[in-house]
Each structure stands twice: as C-alpha cells, then as structure tokens.
Design a protein around this ligand. Structure first.
Ligand SMILES: [Zn+2]
Length: 96
C-alpha cells in the first residue's frame, strides 16, 4: 500500500485547503420590492419576476396577515424603485 512520505502538518493542510469553502450566493435586488433574490429566480417576498406577478403572495394568508403584508409591500415598493431607476439600462438608452 502506498504511504505518504512526509507528515502534512495541520498548518500545511489548512494552506492547501484555504480556497476550499462555500461561497456566498450572488444576490440581485428585486426590482419591485428591493429584497435580495437569486438571479433568474422569482421573488418569494412579492411573487414577481422581471416586473410581472406570477404568484399571489396574499392568497394563502389570513385577513390579519394580509393587511400586514400589504403594508410591508407598500413600504418596500416606496423605498426600492428610486435606487433601481437610476441604473436601469432602458432609462440610460432613452437618454443617450
Ligand atoms: Zn420582490
């Protein structure tokens, strides 16, 4: 059986493995609500993808929860679009 010729210290082992780790996912901001979402993925928070609504997020909630969620979404929409509008490629192409 083949046997390693030299002992690998824990330090050396760590140096070899220093690039082996889980990378945090690259997240994009949802265009509607501004929450971080995976690219090319529907937003779980507001149920939209590329500005279109695909899931009715409020459908499964009770009346009380729905009211709270509607309030949340309205607040997020008010906060998010101002930052995304400045950087959108459509707006840039219209100006230039
Ligand atoms: Zn969203």
């Amino acid at each position: 059986m083949a046997v390693p010729k030299w002992h690998r210290s824990k330090s050396r082992q760590g140096q070899r493995r220093m690039h082996i780790f889980l990378k945090s996912p690259r997240l994009a901001a949802c265009k509607k609500c501004g929450k971080p979402v995976l690219p090319h993925t529907l937003c779980e928070n507001c149920g939209t993808y590329r500005g279109k609504e695909f899931i009715d997020v409020l459908a499964k909630l009770t009346k009380k929860e729905r009211k709270q969620k509607e309030k949340e979404l309205a607040a997020q929409e008010a906060a998010a679009p101002s930052a995304s509008k400045e950087l959108s490629p459509e707006a840039l192409s219209k100006n230039g």
